[in-house]
Design a protein around this ligand. Structure first.
Ligand code: ATP
Ligand code: MG
Length: 165
């Protein structure tokens, strides 16, 4: 009897772990969100950066050339409100046009962050987008989402359902 109860508990536990992994898997959209920031746009790097992104195997789901206002930049980076560089970040991100995009690839968040390199271009690995095109830690050429959840929120910030293909 005890063995039966234990067996049934074990099966339930296994199903539970399976369901948890299934939920995690289905929640992983394999999408990330990026912006080509005002410095890289002003320095003429839109074409090269998009080429690096598609050459790395990312599919472009949505794409837009636009400009943030101080208000929308502040909203986008609200998570950094308490950081000392917040005002400069908002100023910089609203200083000129940007390119926003939703990208798709297996394991998109992690692979894209590896492709863009460290936040500070001085520490970014050879061949990464920030190492090649960024000016400084503030003007660092590109944004990349840090989680599936934020990728969805950030994509929704710029794109309607009919702007995704
Ligand atoms: P992003 O979110 O833009 O992809 P990140 O995830 O590498 O960059 P975060 O810590 O999220 O880095 O910081 C957001 C942005 O704020 C950075 O990309 C950079 O432009 C700016 N930033 C971060 N740290 C500093 C700093 N110490 N001084 C100035 N600006 C900074
Ligand atoms: Mg970030």
């Amino acid at each position: 009897m005890e063995a039966l109860i234990l067996l049934s508990f074990n099966i339930k536990l296994k199903n539970c772990i399976f369901a948890e992994n299934l939920i995690k898997y289905t929640m992983n959209t394999n999408r990330t969100f990026t912006m080509i920031k005002p410095d890289a746009v002003a320095n003429g790097h839109i074409g090269s950066i998009l080429n690096d992104i598609t050459s790395a195997g990312f599919k472009i789901i949505a794409l837009k050339y636009t400009k943030l206002t101080a208000e929308t930049a502040g909203e986008f980076y609200a998570v950094h409100k308490a950081r000392p560089f917040y005002a400069d970040l908002v100023n910089f991100m609203s200083s000129g046009p940007i390119v926003a995009a939703i990208l798709e690839k297996d394991n998109a968040i992690e692979v894209f962050r590896a492709l863009i390199g460290a936040t500070n271009p001085a520490e970014a690995a050879e061949g990464t987008i920030r190492q090649k095109y960024a000016e400084s830690i503030a003007a660092n050429a590109v944004h990349g989402s840090d989680s599936d959840e934020n990728a969805a929120i950030e994509g929704d910030f710029f794109f309607t359902a009919t702007e995704r293909f």
